[in-house]
Design a protein around this ligand. Structure first.
Ligand code: DX5
Ligand code: ZN
Length: 215
């Protein structure tokens, strides 16, 4: 099943509830929440309060929280309590990433590792059994609205051939023009910001992409 995760970074912050509702009504399956610390990435976004607000506004919706942070270990409990269902952290933060994955799982959440475009798929091989999901960055993390780096998708094929059966997300620059390519590589969750929130007709975009799965 292909899932569409709506990246709220591309929503209208002044009217976030209405804007997110509009995209959920269009058929998005879950919410993707980008947390940036201005250290791991050169941008700042939100803290745990965004998860709490989204949980209040959308009690039933799954929250996939992507921590682009140098020290995510300090925030797992806060995001868990605030409303996250799934947390992904970056493998590039070093050894502590695996300990942090255990912390996420111990809190009863789904845990994932994320790879920047230049990080190889095989660096994940030792940890695949631990992971519920892998998030493949198809742009350099930090900003919405960038162009997809198609080569990054090869990592999804490599992980599938290595036997990974969990969720594989592609994040960054995804839209109807390249969703088919991502799906063909074994991606089953498409994170989309700009291509949904700035679309004239987001329902049409989602329908078109979901039809690709059956094709
Ligand atoms: C980038 C973020 C993405 C981003 C996707 O650092 O991780 O989730 O919001 O946005 P678009 O779809 O606009 O590339
Ligand atoms: Zn993201």
């Amino acid at each position: 099943m292909i899932e569409i995760a709506a990246s709220i970074l591309a929503s209208d912050f002044l009217y976030m509830k209405d804007d997110v509702q509009r995209i959920l009504d269009a058929g998005a399956d879950l919410l993707h929440v980008d947390i940036m610390d201005a250290h791991f990435v050169p941008n700042l976004s939100f803290g745990p309060e965004i998860s709490r607000a989204l949980r209040r506004g959308f009690p039933q919706e799954q929250q996939d929280v992507h921590l682009m942070m140098t020290h995510p270990e300090d925030y797992i409990e806060a995001f868990s309590k605030a409303g996250a269902n799934e947390i992904t952290i970056h493998l590039e933060i070093g050894e502590k990433a695996i300990k942090t994955i255990h912390t996420i799982k111990d809190m009863g959440l789904k845990a994932g590792l994320t790879l920047k475009p230049d990080t190889s798929a095989d660096s994940l091989f030792p940890y695949l059994d631990l992971l519920d999901l892998v998030l493949i960055m198809t742009v350099e993390p930090g900003f919405g609205g960038q162009e997809l780096i198609p080569d990054a998708l090869n990592k999804a094929s490599i992980l599938r051939s290595h036997g990974f059966k969990g969720c594989i997300s592609a994040d960054g620059g995804i839209g109807p023009e390249n969703a088919g390519l991502a799906i063909a590589h074994g991606v089953n969750r498409l994170v989309m910001g700009t291509a949904l929130f700035k679309a004239q007709d987001p329902a049409k975009v989602i329908k078109e992409i979901k039809a690709m799965e059956q094709a």
